[in-house]
Structure formats: C-alpha cells, structure tokens
Design a protein around this ligand. Structure first.
Ligand code: HEC
Ligand code: HEC
Length: 338
C-alpha cells in the first residue's frame, strides 16, 4: 500500500515535470580542450569567449574547405591555406578567383590561439573578425556574406551541423565566423624536432646546435618565444612591394614610424612556406640570409638592430648553412601531415 503510494507520487512528479518544462532535444557537444604546449604563452582572451566545441570545430573545418564561400565556387580558404604548406602556399602573392593576384604572401595558419595580431600588418585583433575579409576581398573570394549564407542554407548537411553546434539550424554570419575561428584555434604546431629537443626527447646534431647558437645571438631578439615571433612590427629593409597600396603597419596606424613595418613572422614550419617576405621577394631561406649578410635597404625607420650594424647581419657561409639546418628543426611533420 505504502509502496503503491510512493510510485503514484513519483509518476505524478514526472508528469508534472514534463508539463512544467519544455525540454528541447539536447545535443551533446562537448568542449574541445586545447592542449597548451610547455613554454607557450597564455591563450589569448578571444579563445575563452569562443571555446572550441566538437561540432564547432567540425563545422569550421568544413567551412574552411568550402568553395561556395567564393563568388564562383572555385576557391576555399584551403585553396590558399594548404595544410602541407603549414596552411600557407608556395605562391609569391596570393591567387584568388579568376587568378586574381593579391597584395601579399599567404601566411601560415598555426598557433593562432596565442597571437595578439593577425595579418602582416596586424590590422585584425580577433580571429572571429578575420573570415569576412577574404570572403569580400575582390582578389580573394570576391563574394558577400549574404551570398554565402544563401548558398549554405540550400544545403541540408549544413542545417544539421549548425543545429548540432549552436542548438538550432539558423545560419548566421556570426556563427560562420565563430566556427571557422574554433577550427583555427585547434591548429597548434608544437611537435617539431626543436620541441622534442626542448622536452629532452631528442638531441640536435652538431650543425643544428651551432645554428641554434647563431640564431640566439643574431635572430632571437625578434624571432623570440616559443612562437618564434615577439609579435612586434618592424621595418627590416626587405625589398619594397611596388604596389602603391602597400605601406605595411603604416596602413593601419598611418604614422611614418610604421611605414613598411611588418609583424615579425613565426619561423615554425618555415621550411614549408617558401617563398618568403610579405610579397614573396625571396625564393629560398638561403636568399633571405644572403640578403641580411649583403646589407638591407636603408629607411628612416629601419630597425635599430640593422641601423646600428651597418644595415646588415653579417653571416659566414658556414653560419648560413647551420642556421638553415636549425630552422628546419622547426618543421612539424605531424602538423603538415607529411
Ligand atoms: C586568395 C588566397 C586566400 C584565401 C582564399 C584566404 N586567405 Fe587567408 N590570407 C591570405 C593572405 C594573402 C593573408 C595575409 C593578408 C594580409 O596580411 O593582409 C591571409 C591571412 C589569413 C590569416 C591571418 C594569419 C596570420 O598569421 O595572421 C588567417 C587566420 C586567414 N588568412 C584565414 C583565412 C580563412 C578562414 C579564409 C576563408 C574564409 C581565408 N583565409 C581565405 C590569403 C587567402
Ligand atoms: C630586428 C628584428 C629581426 C631580426 C634581428 C631578424 N628578423 Fe627575420 N624577420 C623580421 C621581420 C619583421 C620579417 C618580415 C619582414 C618583411 O617581410 O618585410 C622577417 C622575416 C624573416 C624570414 C622570412 C619569413 C617568412 O615567412 O616570410 C626569415 C626566414 C627570417 N626572418 C629569418 C631570420 C633569421 C635566420 C634571422 C637571424 C639571422 C633573422 N630573421 C633576424 C624580423 C627580424
């Protein structure tokens, strides 16, 4: 009798619960935890506002490879950002729809979760604000966000992915940007030979060790930290882009001190990203080092490291050989899937 009463109460409770709260079908979309490699700086604050989730990353990766983001459905993000090239490519300047040539060289996409500035001139401060740029740039994808949303809405697989990621199937600009950024936050490269040596899982050859020594003396003032960039902007007297739209960081700040200054590039995976420089001025790493040694172009705002040393970084042929061997220890085969 007592047991029957309890059962009745439980059943009544269950019914009343079901009546009180409308529970939408819930999808499990676990957060993806980003592994912060030892020695790396903190994650930037945008990551915490847009933490990668399992479906968010899946959706972002699909969008990254989606050619319908371009006006004529021929170019995806991954047409220019190729994994085998550490998400850069091998063109001097980027090539978009209808073979339109862009202003600058395609940078690698790696360790974005730790960066404070994006692009050669650092005009973007938050990764979520970046994807619109290539979508609407005439030389890249030449489309518009409304056009893109229209195309994605017509595809049922996207409806599922947006629902799994965000709880409903609404396809919005913000959701597109957020999921692409989530995918990019997961692109962490920290498993090169250099990293293994740092973790005491391997050792440099004699030449690599000598290259590392020269690097610490002559390069690490700018290519510093575990990211191999101090994220500063500098004019180091590389040959200047003849395109009159180029002014480097000066394009963003408008001050003469920043004219033709560029963000110090990370040197991780640099073996895979030739040619080098903001518009691919140098075909090889050797050519970059020969240029440093021979002497760079003068400028009023030339970086003091050069200005105070006769506009050059002197290097012997042996030092160049060893520096190149050292830079190749920054290659992460797992990251580029080679
Ligand atoms: C036509 C080639 C091209 C396409 C297509 C393209 N990009 Fe890029 N991407 C570039 C170039 C060139 C830059 C450097 C731009 C600059 O410095 O002004 C860049 C810069 C970036 C950066 C900054 C990297 C850094 O080191 O700061 C990210 C992130 C990025 N692109 C993501 C994307 C995404 C996401 C898409 C697709 C929505 C995309 N790109 C499509 C050429 C391309
Ligand atoms: C004063 C700061 C500074 C020093 C010192 C310096 N670099 Fe750089 N490096 C930069 C900047 C800034 C760029 C980008 C310049 C540009 O494209 O106009 C760059 C570009 C490069 C590139 C081309 C990378 C790419 O992806 O295009 C390589 C390779 C490179 N540096 C290697 C070295 C090596 C090796 C040394 C030491 C011998 C060195 N750098 C010393 C600031 C510096």
């Amino acid at each position: 009798m007592k047991k029957g009463l309890i059962l009745l109460v439980v059943i009544l409770l269950l019914i009343s619960c079901n009546n009180d709260h409308y529970e939408p079908v819930s999808y499990s979309n676990p957060q993806v935890s980003l592994h912060i490699p030892s020695g790396f700086p903190e994650l930037n604050s945008s990551v915490n506002a847009n933490n990668p989730t399992q479906y968010g990353v899946e959706l972002g990766e699909k969008l990254f490879h989606e050619k319908r983001l371009s006006a004529d459905n021929t170019i995806s993000c991954s047409s220019c950002h190729i994994q085998g090239n550490a998400f850069a490519d091998n063109n001097a300047q980027s090539i978009g729809i209808q073979n339109r040539v862009g202003l600058r060289n395609v940078p690698a996409i790696q360790n974005m979760a730790f960066m404070k500035f994006y692009n050669w001139d650092g005009n973007i401060l938050q990764l979520e604000n970046q994807p619109l740029v290539p979508i609407i740039t005439h030389e890249e994808m030449g489309s518009s966000i409304l056009e893109v949303i229209g195309k994605l809405k017509a595809d049922l697989t996207y409806k599922d992915l947006f629902r799994e990621t965000f709880g409903d199937e609404n396809i919005t600009a913000e959701r597109i940007y957020k999921s692409i950024a989530q995918y990019e936050y997961t692109l962490i490269s920290a498993n090169s030979k250099y990293d293994k040596v740092k973790r005491k899982e391997g050792s440099f050859t004699d030449n690599e060790a000598q290259g590392y020594q020269t690097f610490q003396q002559k390069c690490a003032s700018c290519h510093s930290t575990a990211l191999f960039t101090d994220q500063s902007f500098r004019n180091i007297g590389f040959p200047v882009n003849p395109d009159t739209n180029e002014a480097g960081r000066g394009r963003v700040t408008g001050i003469p001190e920043d004219y033709m200054s560029f963000r110090v590039p990370s040197l991780r995976n640099v073996e895979y990203t030739a040619p080098y420089g903001s518009f691919g001025q140098f075909l090889t790493l050797r050519a970059v080092l020969d240029y440093f040694d021979k002497g760079v172009s003068d400028a009023d705002n030339l970086d003091p490291v050069f200005k105070n040393n006769g506009n050059r970084i002197p290097l012997t042929e042996q030092e160049k050989d060893n520096l190149i061997l050292f830079m190749k220890t920054l290659s992460d085969r797992e990251f580029v899937k080679k």
